[in-house]
Design a protein around this ligand. Structure first.
Ligand code: AMP
Ligand code: MG
Length: 335
């Protein structure tokens, strides 16, 4: 397939290779995620994991879609934000491939890639993105030629908060799906639970959010004997309501009618339902890409790389260093 673009994702626990065709169509990625059996993610351990699985994973992508590196048109990679050691593995592989095959290198912003794959897959034009992942929680929209962060977490990402809570009570990463199941089970057995929400701190601070307080409060509750599944339900309600509230204010402020979800926590059905309800009440629409495009994946990097490449932007080797703190509004929208 001539003219395809490769995308490498390596911001955190996931290494992924994805691709888009010459006309920008998304090809599902090959993904390998490090799942520590205990503790959180150590950047160096994750980087070693990425290095170990990279060769086999790239081969998988090539054979899955019958792609040939000789037909490559550009190589895109996550330049930031993320864990430095992990980013460097992806950048190193991307540089090597670009030089070896004499094609442009395109370093892209991971958060912007979540927006662009969502826009392409959900056919929405100018959304407010509620980006809810392990390390990030941001509300983003396009204003004056850039994607601007209108609200974000002041401490930990919402996914990280869910993972930490679950881990404390014996459930290894990823904790979000366990909490979702426990919450649903609790609601099934207690149809009136909606009326009896437990009291937890509300995570909104102006237009920003903060999740470490609600994590501590929820943890203490279970330690004091409140059933785990009951706290799971209330924790979801509180944390998701905070995100939805900030997203709603962002839509009102920026005058946007489309809401787009992205990031691993967007796999959660309760969050999806809350977003749909909010958007409908505002006479707007809520969109969620397929689950394998919500989680970190190489295809979204390839899609943004394709857009930037076709708009004439590439990254010189001298400017290809990774930036763990790369800001969403550092990328001018030239596509
Ligand atoms: P990401 O950082 O975007 O790769 O997404 C990983 C995060 O998504 C982890 O914190 C997971 O716990 C979380 N996650 C995945 N599935 C779900 C779910 N169904 N509900 C809540 N969180 C989830
Ligand atoms: Mg992500």
């Amino acid at each position: 397939m001539p003219g395809w673009v490769l995308g490498l994702e390596s911001t955190a626990h996931t290494l992924s290779f994805g691709a888009v065709t010459a006309d920008g169509a998304a090809l599902p990625a090959c993904i390998d995620t490090l799942r520590p059996t205990e503790g959180g993610i150590h950047p160096r351990v994750a980087a070693d994991h990425h290095r170990d699985v990279a060769g086999g994973l790239l081969d998988d992508l090539l054979s899955k879609h019958d792609l040939d590196l000789a037909d490559l048109e550009a190589v895109a990679y996550s330049q930031g934000p993320g864990l430095g050691a992990c980013l460097q593995v992806g950048a190193g592989i991307a540089r090597a491939l670009a030089v070896r095959h004499d094609v442009p290198l395109v370093g892209v912003n991971h958060c912007v890639a979540h927006i662009e794959i969502g826009r392409a897959e959900c056919a929405c034009d100018d959304p407010v993105l509620l980006y809810v992942s392990g390390g990030n929680t941001q509300v983003i929209t396009r204003l004056d030629g850039r994607y601007r962060v209108l609200g974000e977490t002041l401490d930990i990402g919402i996914g990280n908060m869910l993972d930490k809570f679950a881990r404390r009570f014996g459930h290894p990463f990823p904790g979000g799906p366990v909490i979702e199941k426990e919450a649903a089970r609790y609601l099934q057995g207690n149809p009136d639970a909606r009326l009896a929400e437990l009291e937890l701190p509300f995570a909104v601070r102006g237009m920003d959010m903060a999740f470490s307080g609600v994590l501590t409060a929820a943890t203490t509750m279970v330690e004091r004997g409140v059933p785990f599944e009951a706290v799971c339900w209330s924790l979801q309600e509180h944390a998701f309501a905070a995100c939805v509230e900030v997203a709603e204010r962002a839509m009102a402020h920026a005058g946007k009618s489309e809401l787009l979800l992205g990031g691993g926590v967007a796999c959660n059905q309760r969050l999806r339902d809350m977003c749909s309800m909010m958007a409908e009440e505002r006479m707007g629409t809520s969109h969620v890409p397929a689950r394998y495009y919500c989680i970190d994946n190489g295809t979204m990097i390839a899609r943004l790389g394709w857009l930037e490449h076709h708009a004439g932007r590439s990254t010189r080797l001298a400017g290809s260093a990774v930036d763990p703190q790369l800001r969403t509004d550092a990328t001018p929208i030239i596509w």
